[in-house]
Design a protein around this ligand. Structure first.
Ligand SMILES: NC(=O)c1ccc[n+]([C@@H]2O[C@H](COP(=O)([O-])OP(=O)(O)OC[C@H]3O[C@@H](n4cnc5c(N)ncnc54)[C@H](OP(=O)(O)O)[C@@H]3O)[C@@H](O)[C@H]2O)c1
Length: 260
């Protein structure tokens, strides 16, 4: 009997050009079960990332979109909807994020809005816009929100970031309750400190960055900071059939840091 070809499922990854996004894309492509739609702000970075991940150019699509702007999100989803009208979308991974610094005294309105717009509102708008496509996915669909341990135990000097990530956890639970009847699971990952370009911006030299990772890693029970692959592996699991009865979960990936 001829073996039936298994259709690759389509997964959207926002922040697809960042440290965790690229590693997630690599990990999912390795399984040969998924086609990817990567969303990022910078079109050049997107082009370069897609070329490296998928030289044959048939498994990765890219859409440049500044997630701070609802009209750009709407237009991007319209394009995705046209291309995926028949088969739907299996999963959306809301991973894009920004880290504005600031405490109670000096958080600016710009920083506050940036955190809320990109870390929280964009995730909601992506989910709301893609929902009709998720419900078309045969056998159910998945939503994964990448929050942070800062959403559980606030980070020093990252007020707006911590608040936005806490709200993302609650958005996850609220949607999990509502969307279960549609066969959609909604889960949240809370990484601790992960090596990624997010930290490079604040540490001008490589030496300084390595020192920062070593210092932070030394106080973590598992003795090191995280790698993007630590998060990508969890995402792969939450997309897998083994995770089909998991919803509303808040999965902490931090080497034990929150236990201290
Ligand atoms: N690294 C950590 O220690 C850590 C810890 C806990 C949680 N997290 C969370 O994990 C997620 C991924 O972080 P990462 O470490 O991979 O960060 P990263 O390397 O800085 O990547 C951030 C990604 O978000 C995208 N992005 C930022 N602003 C955007 C906007 N306005 N519109 C569209 N895309 C935008 C970036 O695209 P462009 O490059 O095109 O701007 C990039 O692809 C974030 O939500 C972060 O909060 C990270």
């Amino acid at each position: 009997m001829a073996s039936r070809r298994i259709e690759a499922k389509t997964v959207i990854i926002t922040g697809g050009t960042g440290g965790i996004g690229i590693e997630t894309a690599k990990t999912l492509l390795e399984t040969k079960q998924y086609k990817l739609i990567l969303i990022g702000k910078d079109p050049e970075k997107l082009k370069k990332t897609a070329k490296e991940l998928d030289p044959s150019n048939d498994l990765v699509q890219t859409f440049a979109c500044d997630l701070a702007f609802p009209d750009q999100i709407k237009k991007t989803i319209e394009k995705i909807s046209v291309l995926n009208a028949r088969s739907g979308i299996y999963a959306v991974i809301n991973n894009a994020g920004v880290y504005p610094f600031g405490n109670a005294t000096n958080t600016t309105l710009t920083g506050w809005n940036e955190a809320m717009d990109i870390n929280l509102r964009a995730a909601f708008l992506m989910i709301q816009g893609v929902l009709p496509l998720l419900t078309k996915s045969i056998g159910g669909a998945r939503i994964i929100n990448v929050s942070s341990t800062a959403g559980i135990l606030p980070n020093h000097f990252a007020l707006a970031y911590s608040v936005s990530k806490a709200a993302l956890i609650h958005l996850t639970k609220t949607l999990a309750k509502e969307l279960g009847k549609d066969g959609i699971t909604v889960n949240c990952l809370c990484p601790g400190i992960i090596k990624s370009p997010m930290h490079e911006a604040y540490h001008p030299s490589e030496g300084e960055l390595e020192e920062f990772y070593a210092k932070r890693g030394s106080i973590i029970p598992l003795g090191r900071v995280g790698e993007p692959s630590d998060v990508a592996g969890a995402i792969r699991f939450f997309l897998s059939p083994e995770a089909s009865w998991l919803t509303g979960d808040v999965c902490v990936i931090d080497g034990g840091r929150l236990l201290l």
